[in-house]
Structure formats: C-alpha cells, structure tokens
Design a protein around this ligand. Structure first.
Ligand code: AMP
Length: 634
C-alpha cells in the first residue's frame, strides 16, 4: 500500500510540474510554430489545428515508427480509404443512431454544454472547495465514478438537478434537459446532392467493409489484421485542451480478425513478462490505484480477457516507450462494464499523464463479432471465414421453412427484418427457438412473435463436415496520433536547471524532426564551405538537418536550436580546417566531444536506433570542454 501512496503523490507532483510549465510550453509551441489554430489570421476555429514544420516532423516520425512497430512487425495489411463515407455504412455500423454525446442548453443564451464535462467541472470545483462537507464530497466522488457509465438523459438530468448545476457562465440560468447530439459531419455527394454521406468519424469501418477482399488477400486464413492511418472527423461539442479534443484528427487503427475459438497469440510469450500498471475495474470501484501486474498474470487471472488483447496491450506499451512517452507516466485503464458497448467483452485505454491529467491516447477493445455481423446484415454479403478440419466431423444444423405468406400478412414491411434476424441466429439460439415453439406454440425472434404456422419443418440434423463457417471476432487497437504527439511534446519539454527561461525539447533522435544542426563558429567562407559539404552529405543520406549561420554567439544559436528539439549540434571551427574534426554537442546534457568528420554521419545514424549512443561516443572520443553560459554572454 505504501508503494501505492508514494506513487500517487509523485504522480500528483509531476502533473503539477507539467501544469506549472504550461504557459512556457504554450509560448514555445506558438513561437516555434509547432502547431497553431487553423486560419489563425481569421480568428481560428475551435478544435482545428495546423502543424508547423516541427509538429509535422514529430507527427510523421511517430507515424513512421507506428508503421514499423505494427504494420511491418505484425504483418498487417495497410489500406487507404475514402474519408467520405456513404451513409449506409455508418447506418449499419450503428454510428448514425448512436455516435452521440449528451448535451444541455441554456434556453436563454442558447449556449450549449457537454453534459458530462459540465458535471465534471462542477464537481471538481466542489472538491477543491475546503468548505465542502465530507458527505457531499463522498457523493460527488461517487457521481464522478459513475459518470462514464451514464447512458440516458434521465441520469444526467437527475444529477444536474441534485447538484443544482446552472449555466456556469450565467449562474442564475437553468439548463435544458440532456439530449443526444450526433458527432458526425454530414454532407451530400453529387450535383443533385442525392447521395448522403458522412465524413468518417473513425477509420475502422473502411476495414470492415473491405473484409472479404482482405481475407482473400490472405488466402482465406486467419488471424490477420487490416490497418488504416488517416484522418477522422468528429463535431465535438466542446473542443478543448489543445490537440487533445479536436474536430479533425489523425488515427492509426488496427482491426485484427481472429477465430473466436482461438484467442491465444503465438507471440504472447514476448510480452507476458511485461509488468504494467493496470487500473482494472476492481481497483477503480474500490478506489485503489493501478496494480502492477505482468500481462501473463493478468490474462491468467482473467483480468485481461484473453491473450490476443493482452498481446496488443503489451505491444502498445512498447510502442509508447519507443517514441519517448515516459513508461512511469502511463497506465492502462479498463472500462467499467456499463462504459463498454454491449457487444464488447473487454476494453482498456492507454492513458498518458500530462498537465491535463490522465489522457486516453489509445483504446484497445475486444469487439467480438459485432462489426462484421452488422455489415453482413446491412449489405447482405457473407463476411465470414472458414475453419477447415483435418478429418470430417459431425456437426448439428437447424433447418426450417418460413411460411412467407403468413409472415408477410402478419408483419408486412417487417418480414425482411425477421428473416435477417433468423439468419443471424446461431445454433443454440435456433434450438431455443425451436423448443419454445414446440412447447408454447410461439416464441420471439427479435421483437416479433413467431408461431409454428410461420416457421415450419423445424429440424435438428447432424451432418459430417470438413469446413465450418463463422464470423470472425475483432481485436481493435485505436490510436489517436494528435494526443500522442501532445503528450510526447509535454513530457519531453524541459527548462535548463540554471535558467528556466531556456526551454527545450529532449526528443529521442528517432523522433526529432531535425537530427542535427550545423553551426560554423564564425560566418567565414572556409568554415561555411565545410558546413555546406556536411549538409549536402547528410541530406543525401535522408537525414533532416539545419544550418544556422546566424551572426549570434554560438551559445545563443544553441539555445535557438534547442527550442526545436534538435538532439545534436555540430560546430565547425578553425581546428576543423586543420584536423578534419568537429565538436558534437548533445542537447540534454549539453556535453561536447571532438569527433572526426569521417565518423560523424555514422554516429548520428546509429543514434536513431540506440538511445545509449551518447555515453558510448563519450567513451570513444575526447571531450570538448565548454561553458555555455559564458558562450551565450559572448
Ligand atoms: P475512440 O474511437 O473514441 O475510441 O477514439 C480512439 C482514439 O482516438 C482515442 O483513444 C483518442 O486517442 C483519439 N480521439 C478520439 N476523439 C478525439 C478527439 N476529439 N480529438 C483528438 N483525439 C481523439
């Protein structure tokens, strides 16, 4: 327990440090054009951002690492699909009816608020207030815990009434009841506008609708994963917190199709011993902090539903670490059962700590067979895979005849929905239906009562088969690229110990947009010539670099490039002309070595793979003593 208390305190302190630094962070983000609000010169629009060269570089490097870590190493099938999605896709996926957030309105001012954010904000203020009584505090905490599970307007309305929440900007104005607001941007295609469509709210659906072709590409064999990296659009009610809640953002999603009878993973052993902070359901409901468990233990104890999900949780952690997210500042939070979609059997979020608290950056879900079943019903296409047996096995089937005349006469336009519902029933459900009709003369198919007159010749038969069809299950890891970029920036933002106005980013060389900056000590032709040669050589090798021939003192130029998070600075001086060596400076330690030009490129290339390279270089080459504070004054 003591271990937990210590950790909680330090987490709180770290978040406070992030918050205290945020003004400086925001200033640097703007000054160095890392990202800015879209159409800033016209006043901008909430929830839309443009990335500058550094932001774009980080984002591209993050995506490149994602591609390597998942698409290459997991042998995924990457596809790129239209972002304009025809309406039937999002009708049958359930988005048209259910992809909503709950909203409340001030009828007098017409201001709108996201109901859960409003309640959260109100409770946070109440908890901060020292005058709040213990009983009220406990009730407020209880509401906060239950809030993610709220599913209907009544639940929001009751809490808003109980707490007496008014419009936070107009304290005396009462609010409307909660109502759902669909987050999808709709549009119409064609000159007559007769094809309804939406900007996709996620990339996943395009993988599901291409399932048959992907399966063919894999010669009919499971498991395999499809993947899309691309934009998604959500008309968020309250975009906020920089890149964390926006209206257009990049996602990287995997839909990993598996046989529901085989949820183990051949490479599970590679992650089984990873110990992760698992904020499981029990810890959340009992008010405990995350428990540190190995993935193997968690799967064995059924805390994580299966190996397949556990495997991707482990791989997600390793990915986050590989890009420079601090491993001690992440946790995996399990969804409460009411928080998950009804079809999902287990969901975990990778949450990353930043100044805004714990932020969900990746969602990992076992979505069972929901998506393919929904599109199978919607399109009429068979989105199934096969299990092939070595020897034929006996298998039970249920057969029946629908008396279409009777069903049509009784249920008219619903007849098609009834036959679809029957199609979707599995063996056990059909056996139950048969037993119901035999016992009572009637039983329900969906909401419709079916009689023996409507379903005739109900039989259970056994046949020898060598192949069995089934709807694959899906494990879905879904990454929000912008959120990861934001957390990465904040977690790697630092101030120099002796001068907190000197801020910089300590990116891993792999992630840094520019790997190296070349600085001639003075703006002299001979020195600039060497710099130009080096620059051309690096660019040819595909290494992004910059040159700063500015007239400022070298220390000032270091400070300038530090703000861009350039991990290495190479200074060309008069000694270079004599012995073909340069000084190489590492950003975080500010230490320098003297290295032959001939070894320079190799060292930088190696740094992309090996984070411990600096120590090795220091052991190999002589140090170059410098005093940056002095240099800066020069
Ligand atoms: P979801 O499909 O809602 O589970 O979202 C998948 C991932 O997308 C989340 O884990 C977030 O990282 C990211 N995400 C969702 N909504 C937003 C948003 N409005 N702005 C930025 N990222 C988002």
């Amino acid at each position: 327990m003591l271990r937990y208390i210590k950790r909680m305190i330090s987490i709180e302190q770290i978040q406070k440090t992030f918050s205290a630094q945020r003004a400086k962070f925001d200033d640097l983000v703007k000054r160095r054009f890392i990202y800015v609000q879209t159409a800033e010169i016209y006043g901008g629009v909430a929830g839309l951002f443009d990335y500058g060269p550094i932001g774009t570089g980080i984002k591209n490097n993050l995506i490149a690492q994602w591609r390597k870590h998942f698409i290459v190493e997991e042998d995924l099938l990457e596809i790129t699909c239209a972002t304009l999605t025809p309406q039937p896709v999002l009708k049958h996926s359930g988005h048209e009816d259910r992809f909503s957030d709950w909203m409340v309105k001030d009828p007098k001012t017409h201001e709108t608020f996201r109901a859960d954010h409003l309640i959260e904000g109100f409770i946070e203020e109440r908890l901060k207030d020292k005058a709040t009584k213990d009983a009220d505090r406990q009730r407020a905490e209880e509401i906060l815990r239950k809030l993610p599970n709220f599913k209907n307007a009544g639940e929001f309305d009751a809490v808003i009434k109980e707490l007496g929440i008014m419009n936070p900007n107009q304290k005396k104005n009462e609010l409307s009841g909660a109502y759902p607001f669909n987050l999808m941007f709709d549009t119409k295609i064609g000159p007559m506008g007769d094809i309804k469509a939406y900007l996709r709210p996620e990339t996943a659906q395009a993988i599901f609708v291409n399932f048959k072709r992907l399966l063919e590409f894999k010669n009919g064999k499971l498991p395999f994963g499809g993947s899309i990296i691309g934009l998604a659009y959500r008309n968020e009610i309250a975009p906020r917190n920089g890149l964390l809640r926006v209206r257009e953002f990049e996602m990287a999603e995997i839909e990993y199709f598996i046989d529901p009878q085989e949820k183990d993973h051949p490479k599970f052993g590679s992650v089984a011993d990873l110990i992760l902070p698992l904020f499981h359901r029990k810890a959340q409901t009992e008010g405990h902090p995350p428990e540190h468990l190995s993935i193997g233990e968690a799967v064995k104890a059924k805390i994580i539903a299966n190996e397949m999900l556990g495997y991707f949780i482990g791989r997600t952690f390793l990915f986050a670490k590989s890009i420079g997210i601090k491993p001690e500042l992440v946790r995996f939070r399990q969804h409460q059962s009411g928080e998950m979609a009804h079809y999902a059997c287990d969901c975990w979020d990778l949450e990353v700590l930043c100044s805004y608290g714990w932020v969900e950056c990746v969602g990992l879900a076992d979505r069972s067979a929901y998506d393919l079943t929904a599109h199978m019903k919607g399109s009429g296409d068979k989105l199934m895979a096969s299990r092939i047996f070595e020897k034929p096995i006996a298998k039970e089937f249920v057969t029946y005849d629908i008396d279409r005349a009777t069903v049509g006469k009784t249920y008219k336009q619903h007849a098609k929905a009834i036959s679809d519902a029957l199609e979707a029933m599995d063996l056990e459900e059909l056996k139950k239906l048969k037993a119901g009709i035999e016992a009572d003369g009637k039983a329900l198919v969906g909401q419709w009562e079916m009689t023996g007159q409507m379903l005739k010749n109900f039989k259970v038969e056994s046949k020898m088969v060598q192949e069995e069809k089934f709807v694959p299950n899906v494990i879905e890891p879904s990454f929000g690229i912008g959120r990861l970029v934001y957390c990465l920036l904040e977690q790697n933002f630092l101030c120099r110990a002796d001068d907190d106005k000197r801020t910089f980013f300590s990116f891993k060389p792999l992630m840094a947009p520019y790997k190296v900056v070349f600085l001639p000590l003075m703006n002299k032709d001979k020195l600039v010539e060497v710099v130009e040669k080096l620059e051309a050589d690096f660019r040819k090798a595909g290494l992004m670099c910059r040159t700063d021939c500015g007239s400022g003192a070298i220390g000032k130029r270091y400070a300038r490039t530090d703000e861009m998070g350039i991990p290495f600075a190479v200074t060309v001086d008069f000694e270079t002309l004599e012995n073909q060596t340069v000084t190489l400076r590492e950003i975080t330690s500010m230490e320098q070595i003297r290295i032959p030009i001939a070894d320079l490129k190799g060292a930088i290339v190696e740094s992309l793979e090996d984070c411990g390279i600096w120590k090795k270089l220091q052991a190999k080459y002589p140090s170059a003593k410098v005093n940056e504070a002095e240099e800066q004054k020069a």
